[in-house]
Design a protein. Structure first.
Length: 138
């Protein structure tokens, strides 16, 4: 089991000024930031990141949303990182997210759901490599 995961704070959350509060909650939950950047994706870049969802009906909407404003991308480290981070952020749809989770507190809808968290160790590596070179992490 790997001890790293990858996250993005999405354009809805950066736009509403939640970035600091979300990072606080992540750090207070025991995650160490190993790489981080504030960046705005082009539609092409967002489309490539979410290529795995290309056939889904919400793909176009997802790509448009993820390229609509700045995001924070980060690699996080903690024991059992992928599973623990998914617990911290809560269900994809904030309506189903547990009380106190990041999505419950800051997300508006299943599409605009404040944060991304990798769903496996393998995808955490792929997604981290999408945003960061070896020089940009430790
Ligand atoms: P994320 O964890 O970043 O990975 C895929 C994203 O697709 C997911 O978060 C949601 O933001 C989005 N998504 C999933 N289901 C839907 C849906 N039914 N409608 C719109 N967006 C969705």
């Amino acid at each position: 089991m790997s001890n790293r995961t990858f996250t993005m704070i999405k354009p809805d959350a950066t736009g509403k000024g939640y970035t600091g509060a979300i990072l606080d909650q992540i750090i207070n939950a025991g995650f160490a930031i190993k790489a981080m950047k504030w960046i705005k994706l082009s539609a092409e870049q967002a489309g490539k990141f979410y290529e795995i969802h290309k056939e889904r009906p919400f793909y176009g909407e997802l790509v448009e949303f993820m390229s609509s404003g700045p995001i924070v991308a980060a690699i996080l480290e903690k024991e059992n990182a992928v599973a623990d981070f998914r617990t911290l952020i809560g269900a994809t749809n904030p309506a189903n997210a547990a009380e106190g989770t990041i999505r419950k507190k800051y997300a508006a809808s299943v599409g605009e759901n404040a944060v991304h968290g990798s769903d496996s160790d393998e995808n955490a590596v792929i997604e981290g490599n999408f945003f960061f070179s070896g020089l940009e992490r430790f």
